[in-house]
Design a protein around this ligand. Structure first.
Ligand SMILES: [Zn+2]
Length: 396
């Protein structure tokens, strides 16, 4: 029964509007009766699941009213437009399309009204997943000043879905020219995405990354890509420069560059500066992956006892499973053979299994979790909202 009521909602809304229009007119009792009969017929169609016939009947009622000068062309247009939108919002896109296409093709409506119908048709095709059809409508609306901002915004959504990054860049840059308040973070990622598709053309690749940093100076992704580029070329000082930049741009992502930084510093035989970087990183924002790297470094330099002592301080101050797991490992090495040591080994294995099964990244906006870093959250559709869990101050 609830489903039926839900089904009737757009028709009820339209009928409410229709009756409101009619009550404003006096001396129309005969017509009212006639339309009421048609309304009941329409309801019968709905109740017998003949919704197409019901929609046709209600639309013809509106058209009859218009021909009898009971309502203005404008009011009828608005009513039909709204009815189509209601169907779309309920997921009945085929009906929404039929109504909006009728408006677009009708000889009764003005150029401006047809632009509105085109805009709704574009939304219908978006809802149906026909992005090429929606794209065509939005492109035809670009030259109309009132529709340009919305059309450009929707085109960026389409090109993001279809992964046409060059087009996404073009429309977003046009959008920025007419709407300077437009968010720039997505544009920097379009440049990074596009750069990945043209990485054989080094000059274009590097200029895309520069553009990404120009639009979003804290784009850690572009800095990491720059660092990777120089690391692959064996240009370690340049690689270090970009990897270290992540710390001031977005310290949450520092775990993504630790191994690469260590490799670069090792190649330069300069691990002391790697240690300084780790100390500085934890001063800026605590990160359990930095704790582990620091413990490993101290262990190699000063021995297990010094590493254990450093890690103990971190575990006490920032308890979490990742550092705790390493801490137990050090405890096992110290423990004497016996039941106590066996228990520590078991605990170490259990915690290790739990860490391995756990997600490595989480979206701070919607809670979506994943095993690998993605710069775009597929759940809430935000850029840069997914962070490494090691950077989050919590017990996992
Ligand atoms: Zn999300």
């Amino acid at each position: 029964m609830l489903e039926l009521l839900f089904l009737l909602l757009p028709i009820a809304a339209l009928y409410g509007w229709y009756m409101g229009q009619r009550s404003a007119k006096k001396d129309q009792e005969t017509l009212n009766n006639k339309f009421s009969r048609e309304y009941v017929t329409g309801l019968n169609f709905l109740l017998s699941n003949q919704q197409e016939k019901a929609v046709d009947l209600f639309l013809s009622m509106l058209q009859k009213q218009e021909s009898e000068n009971q309502i203005s062309v404008e009011s009828q247009f608005e009513a039909e437009l709204t009815l189509g939108n209601l169907f779309r919002s309920r997921g009945e896109v085929d009906r929404a399309l039929r109504i909006h296409q009728g408006l677009e093709n009708s000889p009764n409506y003005s150029f401006e009204q047809k632009l509105l119908a085109k805009q709704q048709l574009a939304k219908d095709f978006m809802a149906a997943g026909f992005y090429d059809r929606a794209e065509n409508y939005y492109i035809t609306l670009l030259d109309e000043p009132e529709f340009a901002v919305n059309s450009l915004s929707q085109l960026t959504v389409i090109y993001q879905k279809t992964k046409e990054w060059k087009k996404a860049i073009n429309v977003t840059e046009k959008l920025l020219r007419i709407a300077p308040q437009t968010e720039r973070v997505p544009l920097s990622h379009y440049y990074c995405e596009y750069a990945q598709t043209i990485n054989e053309d080094e000059k274009s690749f590097l200029s895309c990354l520069l553009k990404a940093l120009e639009y979003h100076p804290n784009c850690a992704r572009a800095a990491i890509m720059f660092g990777d580029y120089y690391l692959n070329k064996g240009k370690y000082p340049e690689a270090i420069q970009y990897y270290q930049r992540v710390l001031s741009q977005a310290p949450d992502y520092v775990s993504e560059v630790l191994e690469k930084l260590k490799t670069s510093y090792s190649e330069l035989d300069d691990l002391t500066n790697f240690e300084l970087f780790l100390v500085k990183a934890n001063q800026i924002k605590h990160n359990s992956s930095v704790d582990l790297a620091l413990a490993e470094f101290i262990e190699q330099k000063d021995g297990v006892e010094a590493a254990q002592s450093s890690l103990y301080q971190q575990v006490s101050q920032y308890p979490n499973m990742i550092t705790f797991h390493r801490f137990i490992y050090y405890q096992i090495n110290e423990a004497e053979d016996g039941r106590g040591r066996d228990s520590l080994v078991l605990l170490h294995k259990m915690v290790g299994d739990r860490i391995q099964k756990g997600f490595q990244y989480r979206c701070l906006n919607c809670g979506y979790q994943s095993y690998r870093l993605t710069w775009y959250c597929p759940s809430c559709r935000h850029w840069e909202s997914i962070k490494p869990i090691q950077s989050l101050a919590e017990i996992i």
